[in-house]
Structure formats: structure tokens, C-alpha cells
Design a protein around this ligand. Structure first.
Ligand code: 5AD
Length: 353
């Protein structure tokens, strides 16, 4: 089977709209492609939301700067290491450090200090960072300090749409610039979009898929938009069912067009359906990210209403997650940090055809 699939925008729009038995068939095909290209292994990464302080004021996001109803927190490097200890003692070799976006020097030092102490104690730990747009020199510092992967969602690949979801102080071009800087710095680069977000039309999602292909991303984390009542877009009309189906179909289509990238089955899917995470895996995803943040702080990282908090018993939660993955006929993997095969191929300059 070819590793790169070319597909027209019209075909993508059609695939994204599939429901019922045709949708099941689409997901089956995506799962088969996953098996052929990246195997049935599902990588488990511990998600540590280390600060909810954010300079941005995105119209959809619960931790936006002007939401005064959020209890703001920032973990110290030792507290971040404590959360990594929990993940490591549960057998994980991959963590995702995620935060609101800040560019002050204090924050940058917090991140680099944390990366260094994690790497010192756990040299094998794969670290994904997700802390927004930064100067290129800062990305270089983060990379040098031990982060090897970076997630920065574009949210939508349409500039006009972007400008309707974000205040004027935020720039689509800067986001693109950041994604290119991350790639030039040597990161495994991940991006993603919000699916069925306000003002979005089906064509936008098809363009998003083509954008991921053009950018030649290594990883993708995308999920349905879910309103947060304390935000300007908290009262828009929206169908959970429609968002859920589109969320799954986006995963399936992306797997078909970019067979060897890592694709996460995200928490937003789980919010819309109790077995949403499993459905995402059945649609072609190969990464899950259970939470390892201190339990008492999890409800302060409410990006959208009803975001699940996981369990206080991290290890019990992880064990049941592994069982669920096995019950789907897939293989939960913790002992390998799960480098994107696409990244390995593109950096070794091996043709993906
Ligand atoms: N619904 C779904 N996803 C959201 N995010 C933020 N707010 C929402 C929401 N209301 C996602 C964005 C952002 C990530 C941190 O969380 O894609 O990049």
C-alpha cells in the first residue's frame, strides 16, 4: 500500500460526512491502514497540565486570559518532576507537558529547568511540549533542554476563520511561522484543529487535512469544539452528535492520507461519548494521553465544559485504559516512547512512497 495518498478536496468532504454503515467502513479502512503502516501499537503518554496561566484570549477557550473565574496555578519544576515520577512509576516512558501560552523569561526558565531535571532523572523519557507560540531561539532552548516533540494547534487552516476565533492580537501568520520554526529546530511537529467549531464550513475541514499534508506534520491532536459557558463562544448552537462523528471521520481521513504519523485520540472525544477515546482508536488513532496532573488541579484546566478529570488513582485508570485498548484488538505500549515513524522517515530522508 502506498504511504502517501493523494485525495481531492471533494472526496475528503464526502468522506467526512459519512454516517452509519459507510462510516463504519471508513473507520475499518483507516484501521487497516494504521496496521499496515504503524502497526496495532497504541502509545500511552502521561499528560501533565503544568500551568493554566495564559496570555491569550481565544474566544472559545475556558482558560482564556479574561476568564476571571479560573483559579490560576503554575507547578514548580519539582512539582512537575513529581508528576513525571508518577508517570514513570506507572511504567510510562512518554509525557506531554502542556500549559497556557506565556513568553516571559520566568516562564521560559520554568520550562527549561523542568525539562533538564526530568531528563537528568529519566534520560529515556520522551517529552512532548505544548506551550504555544515562542521565538525560535526559545524553541531551540526547549529542544536543547530535552523536549523532542512539540504540539501547536493551528485550530483552523483558514486565516479568515482563524480571525473569527481569536482576538486581533493573535496572528495566523505567526502561528504558521511558529510551526515552521519548530520543524527547523528539529522537533517532531504536531498540530491540529478544532472540529465543528463556530463559523466552520465542511470545506474548511477538508482544507485542514490538506494543510496537514502540505506541512508534512509528524503528529496530530485534534478534537471536536465543545462550548465553555464562560467564553464569548459559549452559547453557540452545536450538535454533540455531529461534532463527534466529524471528529472520528477527521481521524480516519487523516490516517488514510498520512498513514505513518502519530494521531491522538483526544479527551474532547471522550467528553462527547463515554467510549469516545476507544472510538477514536477504532477510527485510526494510535496515541492516548491519560492525565497525570495533580488531581486537585485538574478542574482548573477546564478548556471546555464537562472536560473529564480522569481518576485520582492514576495507576488504576492506566490499567483499565490498557485493558480497553486490548479489548479493541490493539496493543497498549508504555515501554517505548513512540517516536513518529513519519518523523524517522523524513529525517532519514527516506522516500515515503
Ligand atoms: N473545545 C474544544 N477544544 C478546545 N480547546 C480550547 N478550547 C476548546 C473548546 N472550547 C483546545 C484548543 C487548544 C487546546 C489547548 O485545547 O484546540 O489548542
Amino acid at each position: 500500500m502506498a504511504n502517501v495518498t493523494s485525495i481531492s478536496k471533494k472526496e475528503i468532504i464526502e468522506l467526512l460526512s459519512l454516517k452509519g454503515s459507510e462510516q463504519i467502513e471508513l473507520h475499518r479502512k483507516a484501521s487497516e491502514i494504521r496496521r499496515d503502516s504503524v502497526s496495532d501499537r497504541v502509545y500511552i503518554r502521561g499528560l501533565i497540565e503544568f500551568s493554566n496561566i495564559c496570555e491569550n484570549d481565544c474566544f472559545y477557550c475556558g482558560i482564556r486570559k479574561s476568564n476571571n473565574n479560573v483559579r490560576r496555578y503554575e507547578l514548580t519544576p519539582d512539582e512537575i518532576l513529581g508528576a513525571v515520577d508518577e508517570a514513570a512509576s506507572s511504567g510510562l516512558t512518554s509525557v506531554v507537558l502542556q500549559s497556557g501560552e506565556r513568553r516571559d523569561r520566568r516562564f521560559i526558565s520554568l520550562v527549561t529547568d523542568s525539562l533538564r531535571i526530568i531528563k537528568q532523572k529519566y534520560p529515556f523519557m520522551g517529552i512532548t511540549l505544548s506551550s504555544g507560540e515562542q521565538d525560535r531561539s526559545v524553541y531551540e532552548e526547549f529542544h536543547k533542554a530535552g523536549a523532542s516533540r512539540y504540539l501547536l494547534r493551528i485550530e483552523t487552516s483558514n486565516e479568515e476563520h482563524y480571525n473569527r476565533l481569536h482576538p486581533g492580537a493573535m496572528s495566523f501568520r505567526e502561528r504558521i511561522r511558529s510551526l515552521h520554526d519548530l520543524r527547523d529546530t528539529g522537533f517532531q511537529v504536531g498540530t491540529g484543529v478544532m472540529i465543528n467549531s463556530p463559523f466552520q464550513i465542511p470545506e474548511n475541514l477538508a482544507d485542514d487535512i490538506l494543510f496537514f499534508q502540505t506541512l508534512d506534520i509528524d503528529m496530530c491532536g485534534m478534537g471536536p469544539f465543545i462550548p465553555h459557558s464562560g467564553t464569548p463562544l459559549g452559547k453557540v448552537e452545536y450538535s454533540a452528535e455531529e461534532s463527534f462523528n466529524l471528529g472520528l471521520n477527521m481521524i480516519a481521513v487523516l490516517r488514510i492520507v498520512m498513514p505513518d504519523i502519530n494521531i491522538a485520540s483526544t479527551t474532547a472525544l471522550e467528553t462527547l461519548s463515554p467510549a469516545g477515546r476507544e472510538s477514536g482508536l477504532m477510527a485510526g488513532a494510535n496515541v492516548v494521553m491519560p492525565q497525570f496532573s495533580p488531581f486537585s488541579l485538574r478542574d482548573s484546566y477546564t478548556l471546555y465544559d464537562n472536560k473529564p478529570l480522569g481518576s485520582e488513582d492514576n495507576r488504576g485508570f492506566l490499567d483499565s485504559l490498557k485493558e480497553k485498548i486490548k479489548s479493541l484488538g490493539l496493543i497498549p505500549v508504555t515501554e517505548d516512547s513512540g517516536t513518529s515513524i513519519h518523523y524517522i522517515r523524513r529525517t532519514q530522508n527516506v522516500s515515503t512512497c
